[in-house]
Ligand binder design. Structure first.
Ligand code: MEV
Length: 309
């Protein structure tokens, strides 16, 4: 007996950081990268986890209970009230770079929860997958808004407001995004904490920056739904400058953003927690390859071309 599940990566198009403070944000899945999880019966006693990408080969009980992968498995076992524990081999592989703003942590949780639920014959709804994944995100990421687990669970473009029912948005006309990875790993938790410190010191200014980001996200949603994605370029540029004011950009991100614009992108911004990780650029489809190679020449570690539809 075996079971399998896969989960995509994600990018935030508009509204990162402000979303932690109740403002709306837009995120879409990135299916070019994914986490795969396979669960198999094991001839040996125990639950063995193999994640060669992070050099992890261990039995569940030898890991601390708050280990990112162990905590998901323990939560599922508790949720389904499984006893005695089955003997399992769990194989995890991922093409989503870690700590890069593409949602690798949430994708591991979603794929693990779904594969275990299927192996253990305990069906689980999308809403429950989302709730469990959010609980795991809270264990490891401080004060996440919940946008990563939501877009990855439902695998659809989402218009997200913290604490409100999940809302999808329609894409009136497909558009192309080039994702460029600075190759610098940056923990979202840290940039979120830094923004919180600054917000506490200068609440009025940060609240008004968040309001401005919310306006950008609202206009962006309307542009996407009404089939005018070309309008997103200027909005991305504006969102990037607001993120710079929040102090979450970095010289490398700024450089890739400038290079993308010079290579013909309609607009560009950092995406996710910032300080490193990925940036995104809106491009006409015909220019995608040349913008991607300009990013590589400027030091991007890799690029992904993705169609939002
Ligand atoms: C991370 O993908 C996006 C942030 O807004 C954090 C969050 O929403 O939890 C930076």
């Amino acid at each position: 007996m075996n079971a399998f599940a896969s989960a995509p990566g994600k990018i935030i198009l508009f509204g990162e950081h402000a979303v932690v403070y109740g403002r709306p944000a837009l995120a879409v899945p990135v299916t070019q990268v994914h986490v795969n999880v396979e669960v198999l019966d094991s001839p040996r006693a125990g639950i063995f986890i193999h994640a060669p990408g992070i050099d992890l080969h261990a039995e569940l009980n030898t890991l601390p209970a708050d280990h990112p992968i162990a905590s998901v498995i323990l939560k599922v076992i508790q949720r389904f009230d499984i006893s005695p524990l089955p003997n399992l081999e769990i194989n995890i592989s991922s093409t989503i770079p870690v700590a890069s703003g593409l949602g690798s942590g949430a994708a591991v949780s979603v794929a693990l929860i779904r594969s275990l639920s299927s192996f253990l014959l305990h069906p689980i709804s999308d809403d429950e997958v989302n709730t469990l994944t959010y609980e795991i995100e809270k264990l490891h990421h401080g004060t996440p808004s919940g946008i990563d687990n939501t877009v990855i669970t439902y695998n659809k473009p989402v218009y997200f407001i913290k604490g409100q029912p999940v809302e999808m948005f329609k894409v009136g006309k497909p558009f192309t995004i080039v994702i460029g990875d600075t190759g610098i790993s940056a923990l979202t938790k840290e940039s979120v904490n830094d923004v919180r410190r600054l917000w506490l010191k200068d609440t009025a200014r940060f609240e008004s920056l968040f309001d401005e980001i919310a306006q950008v996200a609202l206009i962006a949603r309307r542009s996407i739904e009404s089939g005018k994605p070309e309008l997103l370029g200027k909005l991305m540029d504006h969102n990037h400058s607001l993120l710079q004011e929040l102090t979450v950009s970095s010289p490398e991100l700024d450089q890739l953003v400038i290079v993308a614009r010079e290579a013909g992108a309609l607009g560009a911004k950092l995406s996710g927690g910032g300080r490193g990780g990925n940036m995104i650029a809106l491009v006409e489809q015909a220019k995608a390859e040349s913008v991607a190679s300009a990013l590589i020449s400027a030091g991007a570690q890799h690029t992904i071309i993705t169609e939002v539809q």
